[in-house]
Design a protein around this ligand. Structure first.
Ligand code: ZN
Length: 209
């Protein structure tokens, strides 16, 4: 599996470009901004985009989704519980001082247990409410990788003080779902450096009992 990580936009959201090396099919996760750069990587790697996956409906993760869809024809996939947040993109833009990206239309809802397939690469959707109600993580068991969105960071966890956030829910998601994964899973958080489940289990101050 090919995995390129590109921090995009003023908040440096980690956009993941994931491809199957054999079929050259690809998915892009969290195209918040810098769509030209994402398109250039797809072209460089000779990848055909099949899916645009959004871990949650915050503007820094979803802001460029419609532009990427217009350029490639790939459908946008997101959990339904974040549809309400998606209707508030103009307000979110004002909060962070970004230009409103316009309306985003989701093509397909993804839920806990959904399997996203590109070529021979399969990612399992784990619904992890807390940062937002519709937050998801994407687990690639064969590759031992987790795309964590803003649920888990190296040494920290996602904020829960924005609309739809819940500290109780994010802690439950982390303890019952994310920490249920093996220690050797490599984690790509929504912002900042890479980590592993084992590292966070041992040292993340928010995950200690
Ligand atoms: Zn967020």
């Amino acid at each position: 599996m090919l995995h390129r990580i590109l921090p995009v936009g003023p908040l440096q959201c980690n956009c993941s470009i994931i491809g199957d090396e054999q079929t050259r099919e690809a998915m892009v996760i969290d195209p918040g901004d810098q769509i030209e750069d994402i398109l250039r990587i797809l072209q460089e790697e000779k990848l055909q985009l099949k899916q645009i996956v959004v871990t949650h409906a915050h503007i820094d993760h979803v802001g460029g989704a419609m532009k990427l869809k217009a350029a490639t024809g790939a459908p946008i996939l997101m959990n339904q519980a974040d549809y309400a947040l998606l209707k508030m993109l103009d307000m979110q833009a004002a909060w962070v001082g970004m230009k409103p990206p316009g309306a985003v239309q989701v093509d397909e809802g993804i839920a806990d247990g959904s399997v996203l397939q590109i070529g021979n690469v399969a990612g399992n959707v784990i619904h992890t409410p807390g940062h937002t109600e519709g937050s998801i993580c994407l687990h690639f068991p064969q590759e031992k990788k987790l795309i964590a969105g803003d649920t888990l960071f190296a040494g920290s966890i996602g904020r829960t003080d924005l609309p739809g956030g819940s500290l109780e829910k994010i802690l439950r998601s982390l303890h019952t779902r994310v920490l249920a994964l093996p220690d050797d899973i490599q984690v790509t958080p929504g912002h900042g450096p890479q980590t592993t489940i084992g590292e966070e289990r041992e040292t993340n101050p928010f995950l200690q009992e």
